[in-house]
Structures are given as C-alpha cells and as structure tokens.
Design a protein around this ligand. Structure first.
Ligand code: PLP
Length: 353
C-alpha cells in the first residue's frame, strides 16, 4: 500500500514512469546483468526478443519446457528443432546440438529449467563456431548466479518471467536482459508501438509495457526475495532429507557447477516405476486424494502438443520422453510449513510397492 501511494498523487500509472525506472535499475544490480528491459510478461519478453534479432529459419530448443518457449519461436515464423535433454539436470544436452545444425539454423534457445544452469560454456562454444545467436529462457532462474556472474548475463539475451507463480513476481511481468545497445533500442521500439517520440514511429511494434502498479509490486517483492529463497531452501532440504535413498525416486542432486547460488524454484522428483512399483500418474492421483497437488512439469513435451505434432517431423528425444512421463514437482512455497513437507514425504513413502 505504501509503495503505490505516490501513484495516486502523480497519476502516472503506466508508460515507463518512476517505478518502472527504479525496478529496471534495481533488477540490473540484483541480477548482475548489463541491461534490463521490463515487459508485460515473460512470454512477450521472449517473443519480442526473438523479433528484435530479425531471425529466420530454425531454432534449436528443448521440448522439456512450458508452452511459451516453443510458441515464441513458432509465433516468429521460426521453426523449432527439438534437442534432447540431460538425464541429470534436464537442461539441453549440449553434446546433441551439433547434429541438429543445418544451413537454416539461426539460433539456440535453451531453458534453465527448474533454475538448473545449462551447460553455458559448451553452448557458447558451439554458437560461436557456427555463428548462431543464443537466447536463454531463464524464466525459472531468477537470482541464480554462477560464481559472481548473474545467470541472465549469458548468451546474446536472457528472458525472465515475473508471473505470480514464479520465485520473484510482479503479478504479471517479465524482462529481457541484454548487453547490445542496438538490441535494447529495438526492444523498446517493439514494446511501445515503435513510438520513439511524439511524431516519430520507427517500427511495427506491439504493446508489452509493464505498468507502474506491476513495477511497484516488483519493488516490494524484491525486498523479500532473499528471505523467500532461504525459506524455499529449508523446504527443499526437508524433502531431500526425507526422500533420499528411496529406491525408484530420483531427487535433485547436489550442484554439478560449484559455487552456484540457487533459487530453489522447483523440487522435481523422477519416479522410476520399475523400482518404485507405482507410476507417476498413480502417485499424483493418490496425493491429490489427500489434497496435495503436485504438478506434472513438464508433461506433455511441447513437441507432443497437437499444434506441433502434425506440423514438425517427429523429434528424437528419448531422455525428454522418459522424464516427461515420470516427473512430478512437489509443492513448494515460502508460506509452506516444514511439517507439511515431512507429511508429503511420509505419504509418498507409503506408495512404494
Ligand atoms: C512462466 C514461463 C514462461 C512465460 O512467462 P509468463 O510470464 O507466464 O508469460 C516462459 N518460459 C518458461 C520456461 C516459463 O516457465
């Protein structure tokens, strides 16, 4: 309430006002990135970022993601080409990228899924070798750092989502992080109708501005972010403590990249039916019967959506197929009690056959 008080006094409630400027600056510092362009949501951040790069042809991406990633490619008249994922952290398997490169490939669009850091060095090397753009979907990775380096500083650009369901949010919102001033100029044009001043319209832009109310929500939430992440970490530790060593359950491993500041956005559990005895769908159903609602993130793969299945050649992604069929993400929020997490683990253990 305090944060929005001045909005009523100035009546400047949208169109890049003071809150917008303050949030862009605070996020730039907090995320450790060269520049931030706020957007109305994460999807428009991604869609306009691809548009700003004037890409044509094929984009190598992952099918193990939210609908938005693949839709942003297709809605730019680009063709998604699906690369398989790693079995350990579910990010794009960089060793499989080169086989998918053709003379039409223009970019790579990996996802830091669940906040897990992609193999950024390998991806960067391939992109340089073949002259490809790299755009990271960092929607899950707010605040993640590798050493001192913000996750949003990798590649040609990274996008974040500030949707209400994400670790940090502005109710609805998102951002592109970038370093090239030309790209920044293009993004501004695209998010504000191409209007540069009162009489100059330079490009065929859309409207993807973040309002002052949304920016104010972000300014407030940023103050609680560190405390929220600590709380998430405590819930995740509880899950790990109680689910470790159960045959047939695969839980998040300790960090493969050392010194990584994590954000504990999701707690994925892979249920191997042959060892656990009960399959993923049955586990989800039996938890729901106790009013515990897990998510099948990410099932189905975006490559299996009706709108892509018939349009694109069948993609060969056996690891992604298997993980999509056997993964659940457990309830996780800063407002959860530790005892809730313990109760969920105790229940899951009783499902083993
Ligand atoms: C949430 C999400 C998006 C889209 O963000 P919105 O803010 O909901 O538009 C894009 N990619 C991934 C991986 C997401 O989880």
């Amino acid at each position: 309430m305090e944060e929005i008080r001045d909005l009523w006094e100035t009546s400047w409630i949208t169109n890049m006002g003071a809150k917008h400027a303050e949030l862009e600056k605070n996020l730039k510092d907090f995320l450790g990135v060269p520049s931030v362009s706020l957007m109305s949501n994460g999807h428009m951040a991604l869609e306009l970022c691809l548009a700003a790069m004037h890409l044509e042809g094929e984009v190598i991406t992952t099918p193990f993601t939210f609908a938005s990633t693949t839709h942003a490619i297709a809605r730019n008249n680009l063709t998604p080409v699906f690369c398989d994922i790693r079995p350990d952290d579910f990010t794009m398997d960089a060793s499989k990228i080169e086989d998918l490169i053709t003379d039409r490939t223009c970019a790579i669009l990996p996802v830091h899924v669940y906040g897990n850091v992609c193999d950024v060095d390998a991806i960067d090397k391939i992109a340089k070798l073949y002259g490809l753009k790299v755009i990271y979907d960092a929607a899950h990775a707010f605040g993640v750092k590798v050493g001192d380096r913000g996750i949003g500083s990798y590649g040609d650009a990274s996008i974040f989502s500030f949707h209400a369901t994400k670790v940090f949010h502005t109710v609805e919102g998102g951002a592109v992080c970038y370093s090239s001033p030309e790209l920044g100029q293009k993004l501004y044009e695209l998010k504000n109708f191409g209007i540069m001043d009162e009489t100059t319209v330079t490009g065929i832009g859309a409207n993807a501005k973040m309002s002052e109310f949304h920016a104010a929500m972000g300014l407030v939430n940023l103050r609680y972010h560190d405390a929220n992440v600590k709380r998430r970490q405590a819930i995740c530790s509880t899950y790990t403590e109680h689910l470790r060593g159960i045959p047939g359950l695969r839980i998040p491993e300790d960090e493969k990249v050392p010194l990584t500041q994590r954000n504990y956005a999701y707690y994925p559990v892979v249920i191997e039916k042959t060892l656990f005895g009960t399959d993923r769908d049955e586990v989800a159903k039996r938890l729901a019967a106790e009013n515990i609602f897990v998510r099948k993130y990410f099932y189905p793969l975006t490559s299996d959506y009706q709108c892509y299945r018939d349009l694109l050649p069948h993609s060969d992604t056996p690891v992604a197929d298997h993980i999509a069929a056997s993964v659940i993400t457990l309830p996780l929020s800063p407002s959860m009690e530790i005892e809730d997490a313990v109760r969920i683990c105790d229940l899951i253990k009783t499902f083993r056959r």
